[in-house]
Design a protein around this ligand. Structure first.
Ligand SMILES: Nc1nc2c(ncn2[C@@H]2O[C@H](COP(=O)(O)OP(=O)(O)OP(=O)(O)O)[C@@H](O)[C@H]2O)c(=O)[nH]1
Ligand SMILES: [Mg+2]
Length: 325
C-alpha cells in the first residue's frame, strides 16, 4: 500500500457516513478516442485526464474521484485498448487488463459517431469476462442526435454486452452524464469512503503537469509524430514571497512556479518537428501549457521545455520505464 493510500484511508476512517453509503472502483474502458477521458472529466467535474483527437492519448491509468453524501466513486480512466503493434501498445493493453481485475463496475464506451466496429467487438469480449456489472455507454450522441443510424447502433451494443444497461451520452455537452452517474452509484456495493472528500485525483502533481504539456504538443504534432512524444517533468520549484518576514510560521504565498520539462522524441530527425518552423511549435504549445498551468497553480509559471532524444524509446523496456510507462 502506498503512503497516499494509507493516509487517505485514515482520513476517511472515523467519518460519520449515512447508512447505505456506497463506494467502489469503476473502470472506463473502450477503443482509443471514444471519449473515456472526456467522460471522466465530465463525471468528476474537473480536468484530471488529458484529451485530444489523437487515438492513444491516455497512457497511464488515471484515477478520478467523485465524492457525494451517499457515495464515493473512484474512476479509473484507461488507455484505449487496441490491437498491440508496439511494445508501448502492449504495455497499454496490460494496464487495462490489470485494472479490470477487482473493479466493482465496468463502464464500456463506444463512439456512435465513428460507429461500432471490430475494435469494439474485440473489447466487448474482454469486458464480458469481467465479473462485475457493466454499463454500456454510447458516447458522442450529440453527433448523431435524431440520426436514423443511432437506433441500430444501440441494438448492436446491446448484443455485444447483453447484460449491460445502455446509456447514450455526450461527454462533450454533458448529456446524460448525471443519469450515468446515478446508474453507476446504484451498481456499487455498500462501503466506506476510501479517499478524503476533497480529493479529485491521486495523480502526483509532476505527472499531471507532464500530461498537460504533452496534451498541448499532441494536438500540434497529430499528423507527424503523435506517438513518438513522451514528456518528463524534471523539477517543479515553488517560489514563495514572504510578506511577513518576522513570522517564522508564515511560509509566504507562492508567487512563481518554475517548471523544467523535457520532451523526448525517438530520433534526431524528429526534434525539428517538435521545435517547428523558427521554433513556433515549441513556443506556441509551451505558451498554451503555461496558461493552463498558471490557472492550476494560481501563480505565475515559468515553463522551460527542452527537446531530447531517447532512441527508439517505444521499443526499449528500460527507456519505457524511465519515461513512466
Ligand atoms: N462530439 C463529441 N466529441 C467527443 C465526445 N467525447 C469526446 N469527444 C472528443 O473525442 C476525442 C477523443 O476524446 P478522449 O476523451 O481523448 O478519448 P479517449 O477515449 O480518452 O482516447 P484515448 O485516451 O486515446 O484512448 C476528443 O477530440 C474529444 O473532444 C462527445 O461526447 N461528443
Ligand atoms: Mg484518454
Amino acid at each position: 500500500m502506498t503512503e497516499l493510500d494509507l493516509e487517505a484511508i485514515l482520513a476517511g476512517a472515523d467519518e460519520d457516513l449515512p447508512p447505505g453509503h456506497r463506494s467502489g472502483l469503476v473502470a472506463l474502458v473502450g477503443r482509443p478516442n471514444v471519449g473515456k477521458s472526456t467522460l471522466l472529466n465530465a463525471l468528476v467535474g474537473e480536468k484530471v485526464s488529458i484529451v485530444s483527437d489523437v487515438p492513444g492519448t491516455t497512457r497511464n491509468a488515471i484515477r478520478g474521484v467523485v465524492t457525494r453524501d451517499d457515495a464515493q466513486v473512484v474512476f479509473v480512466d484507461t488507455p484505449g485498448l487496441a490491437k498491440p503493434q508496439s511494445l508501448l501498445a502492449r504495455r497499454l493493453n496490460d494496464v487495462v487488463r490489470d485494472h479490470l481485475d477487482g473493479v466493482d463496475v465496468v463502464v464500456f464506451l463506444v463512439d456512435v459517431e465513428a460507429g461500432i466496429g471490430r475494435g469494439d467487438e474485440f473489447l466487448a469480449r474482454v469486458v464480458r469476462q469481467v465479473r462485475a456489472p457493466v454499463l454500456a455507454v454510447a458516447n458522442k450522441e450529440d453527433q448523431v442526435r435524431r440520426d436514423p443510424a443511432l437506433p441500430p447502433q444501440l441494438v448492436r451494443l446491446a448484443e455485444l454486452v447483453p447484460d449491460a444497461e445502455i446509456v447514450p451520452t455526450s461527454a462533450l455537452d454533458g448529456f446524460n452524464v448525471d443519469v450515468l452517474l446515478e446508474l453507476i452509484v446504484a451498481a456499487l456495493p455498500e462501503g466506506p469512503r476510501i479517499f478524503p472528500t476533497d480529493l479529485v485525483t491521486d495523480q502526483p502533481e509532476r505527472l499531471f503537469v507532464a500530461e498537460v504539456v504533452r496534451e498541448k504538443y499532441l494536438g500540434r504534432l497529430r499528423d507527424e509524430l503523435p506517438h513518438s512524444v513522451a514528456v518528463v517533468v524534471e523539477d517543479i520549484r515553488e517560489i514563495p514571497v514572504d510578506d511577513d518576514p518576522d513570522d517564522p510560521d508564515d511560509p509566504g504565498e507562492i508567487a512563481l512556479v518554475e517548471i523544467d520539462a523535457s520532451i523526448y522524441v525517438e530520433r534526431d530527425s524528429q526534434k525539428g518537428i517538435v521545435i517547428g518552423h523558427r521554433g513556433a511549435t515549441l513556443r506556441d504549445a509551451g505558451t498554451e501549457a503555461r496558461r493552463e498551468l498558471q490557472a492550476l497553480f494560481g501563480a505565475k509559471v515559468h515553463l522551460d521545455v527542452r527537446v531530447k532524444v531517447a532512441k527508439e524509446w517505444q521499443r526499449d523496456p528500460k527507456q519505457l520505464r524511465r519515461l513512466g510507462y
